[in-house]
Design a protein around this ligand. Structure first.
Ligand code: SF4
Length: 75
């Protein structure tokens, strides 16, 4: 995957990762952008696909798959 369509406006990096640039780069390489990235494994993207941009909590981490599934299940 080249780049997640959410990356230019993904609030995750601005709100949660601003003070942790090294961590942000690791997360980005894993989920958002680059040869090894896979946004299909991102909890934020999972919710975005179903609920749209406004349905994604700003503090949801890409690794929080269980939380994403609970959100989508209406919990
Ligand atoms: S954190 Fe998830 S939704 Fe945001 S840009 Fe990266 S892959 Fe896309």
């Amino acid at each position: 995957m080249a780049e997640c369509e959410c990356l230019p406006r993904c609030p995750f990096f601005h709100d949660q990762m601003e003070s942790m640039p090294a961590m942000a780069e690791m997360v980005k390489a894993q989920y958002c952008s680059g040869d090894r990235a896979d946004n299909m494994k991102c909890a934020r993207h999972m919710v975005f696909v179903v609920r749209g941009r406004d349905g994604v909590p700003s503090d949801l981490y890409p690794s929080e798959l269980a939380r994403a599934e609970a959100l989508l299940a209406g919990e």
